[in-house]
Write a protein of this length. Structure first.
Length: 489
């Protein structure tokens, strides 16, 4: 199947404005991703509490700092596994089939968390969800990218709408699982996540035959003669990982740091493979060079943003005043504040980019703005330092800054990645973007372990100030980055 066929399929959507001015197929992908995010964020909203709460509270009684680092490592593993999902799509099966199989794996993982007690259920469930989510994420995003031609100015707006679907699921999930966790127990919450994923899988199964031919496109088919060789490589990797775990070289205490090293190593390897490929021309190679600073800025951003599930989760449980008219709100519900803002403002931002057209800021400058606002959000914790309980509205205001930063960087990151991707590495470039998220998410768990409630200022000043300095550097470099983008904004 040739690449021009994929381009023709994308071109056919140019006159299709049936879904809020976007291609109709965006609605199907929007729905599937919404239910997958319901299950993912619903589970993650109560995961840290399940790990560090005592047995009498229904938890596993893991040390709080260790639990935060493990949540970061798990989140990093989700995005790290996009490598496998992207490779399988680009070399063997195409994005559509990999997405379907990944969704089944995610549902099985949530069922394991709901039905298998203790550490065995935790390990089994998180492993299945991490690998499945990684396969689904890269391929859902790649499928959205196939709906647009490279110069279609609706692309950023379309990704913003798609991102709103993600956050609709992210809003409802923690509300449901948080309520069930406090009223019925953790395993009821995990069960609700499994049901949500089952709904998403059913919707996708009914509509998958309506996807365009581009959804089945294999960008860089693996020759049959090479399949045994790559099978041996994958087997060797699995054996090596198992050996590291069995011997204790990689253990619970250093898992997060090991995951960070793995994300860095995988990223370096991916960049090297793309740069050395004879299927990448000079213009595409320059675009990949332009992607490198975007990758670094993205990793820094997610190291702060993903602390919603580590530092802020603990902060919400222990320091936040959650009293609402005499009723104490579940701590997990704090995870739904950011999605509320996304749902409200994603459409506004999408309309803004559409209205500005070619006058909108370039992707590199949008990244810089997002990172700067993210740093500002952590500096906003400074007036709240001390022994007093934090008012709920104060944290809502900080999470609004999180949202604003996210809208400048995350949907734009997905969009610019598909625009900068070489033709032979489309899905795998999306995996590279998610590797930056993997690294940042893992760092979010590691950094959360540095937070000292007895002396909060160094944490807020150090993290927030560093992010703002990186943002200023990114803004200064944006003209040079844009020159290497080869006409891509």
């Amino acid at each position: 199947m040739s690449k021009p066929h994929l381009s023709d399929s994308a071109a056919a959507t140019q006159g299709d404005t049936s879904f809020f001015g976007q291609p109709k197929m965006l609605a199907s992908l929007f729905s599937v991703e919404m239910w997958e995010r319901f299950s993912f964020y619903g589970m993650q909203g109560i995961l840290l509490y399940y790990m560090y709460f005592t047995a009498s509270q229904g938890g596993l009684d893991i040390d709080q700092g260790l639990a935060a680092s493990l949540v970061g490592a798990y989140g990093g593993g989700v995005y790290l596994s996009t490598i496998l999902g992207a490779w399988l799509a680009d070399r063997l099966f195409g994005s559509e089939r990999v997405l379907f199989g990944s969704a089944i794996m995610i549902m099985a993982g949530h069922i394991a968390l709901a039905l298998i007690p203790g550490i065995p259920g935790l390990i089994t469930g998180l492993l299945l969800v991490a690998v499945g989510s990684g396969g689904l994420k890269a391929n859902a995003t790649a499928l959205v990218g196939t709906l647009y031609k490279e110069n279609d100015e609706r692309r950023d707006a379309g990704f913003s709408i798609f991102y709103m679907g993600i956050n609709l699921g992210g809003l409802i999930g923690p509300l449901v699982t948080g309520f069930l966790q406090e009223s019925q127990g953790f395993h009821w919450g995990f069960g609700a996540a499994a049901i949500g994923m089952a709904i998403g899988l059913g919707i996708y199964a009914m509509n998958r035959k309506r996807l365009p031919e581009a959804a089945h496109h294999i960008a860089n088919p693996l020759p049959a003669k090479d399949r045994l060789k790559y099978g041996a490589i994958f087997a060797a990797i699995v054996v090596a990982i198992a050996a590291l775990l069995v011997t204790g070289v990689v253990n619970a205490e250093n898992l997060a740091l090991s995951m960070a090293y793995a994300a860095i190593a995988a990223s370096v390897l991916y960049f090297a493979l793309i740069f050395s490929s004879n299927k990448v021309d000079g213009t595409e190679r320059q675009r990949v060079v332009a992607f490198i600073p975007l990758y670094i800025a993205s990793a820094a951003f997610w190291a702060l943003f993903q602390q919603q599930f580590t530092f802020i989760a603990v902060y919400s449980q222990e320091k936040l005043d959650r009293n609402l008219f005499g009723w104490e709100m579940p701590a997990a519900w704090v995870q739904s504040i950011n999605p509320v803002f996304i749902i409200i403002f994603a459409g506004v931002m999408a309309a803004l980019w559409t209205r500005l057209g070619h006058r909108q800021p370039g992707s590199a400058l949008k990244f810089a703005i997002g990172l700067f606002v993210m740093g500002l959000a952590f500096l906003a914790f400074i007036p709240l330092a001390g022994d007093a309980k934090t008012p709920l509205l104060a944290l809502v205001g900080i999470l609004f800054l999180f949202t604003l930063a996210e809208l400048f960087l995350s949907p734009i990151g997905l969009s610019v990645t598909t625009k900068l991707a070489p033709k032979a590495f489309q899905t795998q470039m999306v995996a590279l973007f998610f590797l930056s998220v993997s690294l940042g998410t893992t760092l979010a768990g590691i950094l959360a372990g540095l937070y000292n409630p007895e002396n909060e200022l160094p944490y807020f000043i150090g993290i927030g100030g560093t992010a703002m300095l990186l943002a200023l550097g990114m803004a200064a470099a944006s003209p040079a980055i844009r020159k290497r983008m080869g006409g891509v904004r």
